[in-house]
Design a protein around this ligand. Sequence first.
Ligand SMILES: Cc1ncc(COP(=O)(O)O)c(C=O)c1O
Length: 399
Amino acid sequence: MTDTGSMISHLECTYCDMTFSANEIHKLCPEDDCGKVLFPRYEIDRSKSQKIIKDLKNRHPNMWRYKEFMPVRDDKNIVSLGEGFTPILKCERLSYDLGANIILKDESLNPTSSFKARGLSSAVSKAKELGINKFSIPSAGNAGGALAAYCARAGAEAYVFMPKDAPLANKTETIFHGADIELIDGYINDAGARSLEVSKQKNLFDVSTLKEPYRVEGKKTMGYEIAEQLNWDLPDNIIYPTGGGTGIIGIWKAFQELKEIGVLNSKLPRMICVQAEGCSPVVDAYIEGKRHAELFKSPKTIAAGMRVPIAVGDYLIIDAINESEGTAVKIDDKSMVDGVKKLSALEGIFCAPEGGSLYAATKKLIDSKFISSRESVLLLNTGSGFKYLDGLSEQIKIN
Ligand SMILES: Cc1ncc(COP(=O)(O)O)c(C=O)c1O
């Protein structure tokens, strides 16, 4: 065994605080009447951690550079395609256009062209360590493609359940990676029910968003990177396109850990959640002052990753918004596509519609004076426009 030096100590329920072993297979909290999200917890040794942080510059530019703060104990279990350490770009033309200091973290440059690579690299690696090699996943698109890729790399089996209107690129990549795909006549929650059913029949490990504890650890590395790449001086605002919420939840978890290590030079950012007008369960719950969202009926949006009518981690998204004094906004599909045009034409970033929503969200928040012209705003572009050519090409005229 080559020890990663992981400081993982146990799993903890984010709802009832019960603790569980990190050396056993767990999914949601098994306590009666709980069934909520489990988080890996670390025994963070401050001085050792600060030394690791100081030496990071000598490490490979991928998300496993933070391996002591990740759950995998043995190096040989890490299944990696080089995910992470995506650039943070200064956006001068967007800053001028919008009237605030805009920077953008471009997750479209990950393997499989979206931030989903991080979570699936982490989940497949930890599952491998626990002896698992057959997986299932319900997916709006990008997560299914990423699971298929990491399973190919690990020599593991993947079963992917996608709504039949998922982007063509996601269906195609999943099949090329050798995964089994079933198209569902319904939404992601219907795909979730089918994934669970088949996983019971075939003894598969279901890695649905936040229903196992380790995908969020991969997403968390976005927060570590934002801090490291900005010299431990965080931006005033982070704007995030939200579906199941692992991204925004993971980034907020990272900031709590970095605060505990004691390396941050600034206060924490305001976390801003963006959803589609055609599917906004979390934004609606936040506006109504609730901690839990209701099922959003008949969700409809071009941003497949935001077509999530109910999220098991709704309370964690809302907690992150409230604890950070952030906010939540919804954006219509036309504005998302206009946002893709803006990011593409002003900065050369051909983003996914999810990323496009960030332009309109920022504009709304500047217009309402929630964000002032002096503040810094980090837009988190979660994926590539190349994965949405079917949806995006319908919005323009090509001769
Ligand atoms: C491109 C893209 N952006 C955003 C999301 C939403 O992700 P999260 O689960 O972190 O809210 C997804 C999820 O599928 C996605 O594919």
